[in-house]
Design a protein around this ligand. Sequence first.
Ligand SMILES: Cc1cc2nc3c(=O)[nH]c(=O)nc-3n(C[C@H](O)[C@H](O)[C@H](O)COP(=O)(O)OP(=O)(O)OC[C@H]3O[C@@H](n4cnc5c(N)ncnc54)[C@H](O)[C@@H]3O)c2cc1C
Length: 424
Amino acid sequence: MQAFDTDILIAGGGLAGATLALAVCRLVPGYRVTVVEAFPLPEDPAPTDYQPSYDARSTALSWGARRIFEQLDLWSAISRQAAPIRHIHISEKGRFGVTRLASEEHRQPALGYVADNRWLGLCLMDALREQPAIRWLAPAQAESVTTLREGVRVGIRQAEEAFTLTSRCLVVADGGRSGLREDLGIAVHQQDYGQYALIANVSTERPHGGTAWERFTERGPMALLPQVSGPEPGHRSALVWTLSPEDLDDVLALDEAGRCARLQQVFGWRLGRFTRFGDCHHYPLSLITADECVRPGVALVGNAAHALHPVAGQGFNLALRGLMALVEAFRFARDNDLSPGDLTVLSRYRQQHAPDQQQTIGFSDSLVRLFGDEYPVIGAARNAGLVGLDILPAAKHWFARRAMGVTGGGSARQPSDRDREHWQ
Ligand SMILES: Cc1cc2nc3c(=O)[nH]c(=O)nc-3n(C[C@H](O)[C@H](O)[C@H](O)COP(=O)(O)OP(=O)(O)OC[C@H]3O[C@@H](n4cnc5c(N)ncnc54)[C@H](O)[C@@H]3O)c2cc1C
């Protein structure tokens, strides 16, 4: 029988790769895991050139994501700096329709949570450092893959050294522009939205009160997510503002006061005056889906499998459910004496994750399209839709459940009555 250097090699130690490494060690112990990450690991205080996954963004974590982090014994650490979302307010600039979702209507303490990506990275690294079964190669690049009769051989470069490692299974977690996916010849379906997401932390005169604001404008959607960290807790929100390339250039050319004024025009006065506009970062937006998410010896996860428009805050939440499906497949392999790279094992992951992926992408993409349309008739229908959503409890409940991440597949089980009693 062939000897392998490792059982599971995870290429990319970003949010998806690092969470998977922890999930494998905590939930299906026994596997040897190697993580190859191109950047140095996140530290506190942060070096200036920190890892892209743990950058200045914040992530809206669904209720389902909380359940998953609880299973990984990581939620108590994350929750120390996670802002609960108690209300979601959805509106459209210049139109009447408004929809409000409230956690109490769904008998939950929160509809979701907001955590800084950097904080998520620090919590993950703290937990991973304690795992003797994980070997970290960072900074190091996974550069190439060769499929073997069983398993894979991965070409790695670390500093000046180039070497190969064999593994029973390769998990490709190197992000939306995945080099390994390309090396494997896996085609993608890519659709550019022709927009950028500008992100920044902003402060407001009035406290956010745990409300996440989703606002659709004729130039693109924006979201303001409540934050707990920072110098003005309760008054600071994470802005995700979708802009055309020209509008992005205009905003970037403004000084802080000008940016606050421009945001005020678009968002309005519900939170009073915008008083601070922090450092800006921007990301080109496209929908990328890999045509294949498994092959013998290989599985794609996270953004390498699917990168979404951030409007509905679903990308990482979807990735998490996929990771749990993959962990379940690895459990099946371990219990049945199969290789984790066996196609029958990896097909279980695909079968469970594919319908969730399709539905979540459909939900996010249709939000972008529905609100991206400028025809007045569609605008009126949309208006009726938002008002209707506020009036029709069933539709609103459906929307809230999707936002909370409890409708998809994966093992993010829904809260039971016992949980509810406990959290109330
Ligand atoms: C503006 C914005 C806002 C978002 N907001 C939300 C939100 O609110 N909620 C939500 O659920 N999702 C959100 N998302 C999506 C979320 O950020 C992604 O789903 C998540 O970052 C995916 O993580 P990943 O680990 O798959 O990929 P990445 O974050 O891209 O990480 C890939 C990792 O692989 C490493 N790497 C790359 N190439 C190699 C190589 N050859 N060898 C070794 N390592 C390599 C990189 O250094 C990196 O660490 C948002 C996205 C954007 C752009």
